[in-house]
Design a protein around this ligand. Sequence first.
Ligand code: SAH
Length: 348
Amino acid sequence: MGKKDLMGMTRSELQRFVEELGERAFRGRQIMRWIYQKGVTSFSEMSDLSKSFRQKLSESCRIGRLKVLQVETSHDGTRKFLFGLEDGQAIESVLIPEQERLTLCVSTQVGCAMGCKFCVTAQMGFSRNLMAGEILGQILEVRRLLKGSQRITNVVLMGMGEPLANYPEVVKAIEVMQDDLGFGLSYRRITLSTVGLIPELERLFKDGVRCRIAISLNASDQKTRSFLMPVSHRYPLQQLLECCRRLPLPSRDRITFEYVMIKDINSSPRDAIRLSEILKGIKCKINLIPLNEAPEIPFRAPSKRDIEEFQRILLQRGFTALIRQSRGGDISAACGQLRGKVMKRRLS
Ligand code: SAH
């Protein structure tokens, strides 16, 4: 039998695990600190554990790591990381420096099954869910590569994959991100972005998982939305909006609606007006994302003028609407451009 991988385990899992080995629960908390805070990868370094316990751990357990296959840096400072997983698959993460933030965009699946027509990841199809340890491993490996005083301040689950389609592992990863013995991030610094899987969205709140929610809306009517995002056949726009109205958000929080702007599809003034109507009464802000183009995507971004006009209409109607500046386009690190292309490269 292979060694048990402790990477990705939550506080309660580690406590239970050491108790099963006949140790007291606080030993699990010590191990947790070593893994996530200090980033050690061998049990011999865990100097506050007894020699014999360390020995026992190294015989039966391991701390899994991701392989850093490639790092690319954009002229705007955005960095893209290609990570190899133990089964030979690859995923990408993107590090986005801003004035007061350093945001890491992590993947939650290898590929994606949602089939959105404007997204490169969707074109890869779906391979598998990531384990919590593989989601957290992206944070750990990137942190190892940071210089001096740099700290990851925010995490967005917006890389490859649909986080809510990998509910249990994503929730475990979020738990460790927030745990004081893990990465100690406040829930306001963790954003989960979803196509809008209604049952899982509701389950997040029922389970008391706290994080910011971003919903990829991308259209103001059901017909256009289900054309762009097949998932909208299963969870129609109307129901998604009703769900958003019902979610028990903390009073200071707002939902973010992401809206990828696509020329001739969803970005006319009429769309803007309709969007303002369907979002009436929902505490929200709107991020307008000009489509990032890619060879395999059959769409174009609207002109800057059209995007600004769209924004103006929303602002005029009292919404907070930002045009999200695209980052990392020159290294294919922008939204919707992640394709984890290691397999192809290896073969060629
Ligand atoms: N599956 C999740 C998270 C990954 S996609 C979700 O859909 O939210 C992250 C964001 O990138 C989504 O808002 C998505 O609509 C956007 N996106 C996808 N392809 C894009 C593209 N080509 N250009 C701009 N944004 C894109």
